[in-house]
Design a protein around this ligand. Structure first.
Ligand code: M6R
Length: 614
């Protein structure tokens, strides 16, 4: 939630900051702003409601001079999205500007105390309280900016990543973090700050991930310094990024979401590369082999995640139970963290997160570690907070996912979970060699099978025209594909704003069947698997009540073709890998319906890609 960029160097800061904001816009896009320290040490702050493009228009005639600056794109938590609540916020002298990602939980108390000292506030935000507190401490103690920031952060309860500039120290930029990500890019005579590495990558591949409670002191012509909250120097661990600028562009597609759907043959190829031997059944996941005993002796697996990653977790449960014969529970991280869970050192907690920054998932991990459980992460973003907070893990390696609706990350997560189940099943000897070979073959075939499935795009585009203006959708699936139904429904509602419900097909008759009439289309996921016969009766139950059915079926399924209104044919695959293939037509259906409705699929209203607040 919210994206931060900072620049200090010799180049005009404005262009770099705005370009960085565009890259971070997936983190929030209800307002944005920039603060520049001009060459004559004045602070110019420009901010406006709306997207980064609105900020650019707003700044067209403005003085954007300066080689030091900070910028922000917001996803509102405290205070409605408007010009005043937009970041940066400034202290009352107008000299200090601050951008913030996170929430200051005790801002009411701090605000009241500052009001007693004569401070007045313009905005409704928790962030303005922080900048006023910094300024208050600086004036009261007559100290440097960094000392004032350190003093203020000691008073703060909550999560933050901040960047601060001050015209009294025009060659300094301060960054700090606690529970919200902040990356420092180290270039030649220039330094960058950002919520993730995407605004930095085209200038330098050398980065430092700030740790919790660390403060970065960035000064012109001086090496980077990092101190902890007690002002003791902290280690500076420079990492090299493995990311390219082209991965962050649309590559000829009209939207990131469509690009990411179509990238899946390659992303799944990257995900399995070097992990499933090109012949044979061996799965190599270093996160498992390095902790073999843990996996062999685990009594239970608890999967924690949110949103789409939680849906992947539900598929993971079936995979791990069936292939590795281990009991699995799947929890929403947001519920789990407050549920006083019973965890023991014999448990393995698997945390799944594309961004690796989801606040609830991170909190669940911290709780699990306190209980002594072994925590295994499945993340996409390399070096993210969750990747660093876990004992071990596997990256899904699908490249940056920019579209707010998760697509390629979901298929990557499910693929990693399939490989994980196979690796543990092999260790525990819970599956036969024949089954191992069959699943390993199916994993290796995924990129080709996804390519074949993507050929449905044109027919789905046409089909979407029929359903553009319906108000509700029902998605039904069974077994491995019940979570696919949940995920299909989530995709549709988040980008098209059509209400959609995912349900286990057999549960329909216990309630949702009451909704069915000619105005409610039902998407039924009905590949040719163990549940095929049963799901045919579910389709008949819908048809008997006047509902229309779009069925995702295995190629050549003539039975369902006769009863359903539309069929989307996917290649024949073993049941346990079918959710990966099934998700492709569901992603495309949501995409085309949303496009026909004129929705902004990459930046749907009210959402943000990475939910770093509670
Ligand atoms: O980055 P994470 O995987 O932890 O994010 C979890 C959810 O916020 C995310 O999957 C969300 O539901 C997406 N918008 C779904 O498309």
């Amino acid at each position: 939630m919210c994206g931060i960029v900072g620049y200090l160097g010799d180049k005009p800061a404005y262009e770099i900051l705005v370009k960085g904001l565009h890259r971070l816009e997936y983190r929030g896009y209800d307002s944005s702003g920039v603060a520049l320290v001009s060459s004559d040490s004045k602070l110019n702050v420009y901010k406006t409601r709306g997207k980064v493009a609105d900020l650019e228009r707003f700044c067209e005639e403005k003085d954007v001079d300066g080689t030091i600056g900070i910028a922000h794109t917001r996803w509102a938590t405290h205070g409605e999205p408007n010009d005043i609540n937009a970041h940066p916020h400034v202290g009352r002298s107008g000299n200090i500007a601050l951008v913030h990602n996170g929430t200051i939980e005790n801002y009411h108390v701090l605000k009241e105390a500052l009001e007693l000292e004569g401070c007045t506030f313009k905005s409704e935000t928790d962030t303005e309280v922080l900048v006023q507190l910094i300024e208050y401490i600086k004036e009261k103690n007559n100290c440097s900016l960094v000392d004032a920031v350190r003093g203020a952060l000691k008073e703060v309860v909550g999560a933050y990543a901040i960047a601060v500039v001050d015209t009294d120290e025009p060659d300094t930029m301060i960054g700090a973090r606690k529970s919200s990500p902040l990356v420092i890019g180290i270039g030649e005579g220039e330094t960058f700050l950002a919520s993730d590495a995407t605004p930095i990558i085209e200038y330098t591949d050398k980065v430092v991930y700030l740790n919790d409670d660390e403060i970065a002191i960035i000064r012109k012509n001086e090496p980077l310094q990092i101190v902890n909250s007690d002002n003791m120097p902290a280690a500076i661990d420079i990492k090299t990024l493995r990311m390219s600028v082209s991965q962050l562009e649309k590559g000829g597609y009209p939207h990131f979401m469509l690009k990411e759907i179509f990238e899946q043959p390659r992303t799944i190829h990257d995900c399995i590369r070097g992990r499933v031997a090109s012949s044979g059944d061996e799965v190599l996941l270093s996160g498992v082999t390095e902790h073999k005993e843990r996996f062999l002796n685990a009594h239970r697996v608890v999967i924690v995640a949110c949103g789409t990653s939680w849906h992947a977790g539900l598929i993971g449960k079936r995979l791990l139970q069936e292939i590795a014969r281990i009991p699995v529970e799947v929890e929403y991280a947001s519920e789990f963290r407050y549920s006083n869970p019973v965890l023991t050192p014999d448990d393995i907690v698997i945390a799944i997160s594309q961004s690796g920054e989801t606040a609830d998932t991170l909190a669940a991990i911290q709780m699990a570690r306190k209980c002594g459980a072994f925590v295994y992460g499945i993340c996409n973003v390399i070096g993210s907070s969750i990747a660093r907070a876990t004992d071990s893990g596997t990256y899904i390696h699908v490249g940056p996912e920019i579209g707010v609706a998760s697509t390629k990350a979901f298929t990557g997560q499910v693929t990693v979970l399939t490989m994980l189940a196979l690796a543990i099943g092999t260790l525990k000897n819970t599956i036969s060699k024949e089954t191992r070979l069959q699943i390993a073959d199916a994993i290796r075939a995924l990129p080709t099978l996804i390519s074949q499935t993507l050929k449905l795009n044109d027919s789905i585009e046409k089909l979407s025209g029929i359903y553009t203006y319906v108000h509700n959708f029902l998605y039904l699936g069974r077994g491995y594909n019940y979570p696919s139904a949940l995920e299909g429904a989530l995709k549709l509602k988040e980008i098209s704003y059509i209400h959609a419900e995912g349900y286990p097909a057999a549960e329909m008759k216990h309630g949702p069947i009451a909704l069915i009439d000619h105005e409610l289309p039902t998407v039924v996921i009905a590949p040719d698997d163990e549940m095929h016969e049963k799901i045919i009766s579910n389709i008949q139950q819908v048809k008997a009540r006047g509902g229309s059915v779009i069925a995702v079926v295995t190629k050549g399924d003539t039975t369902i073709k006769e009863i359903a209104d539309h069929v989307l044919e996917i290649p024949k695959v073993p049941e346990c890998v079918s959710p990966v293939i099934v998700s492709v037509p569901l992603q495309l259906l949501a995409y085309h319906i949303a496009i026909k409705k004129g929705c902004n699929v990459d930046m749907p209203r009210n959402l943000a890609k990475s939910v770093t607040v509670e």
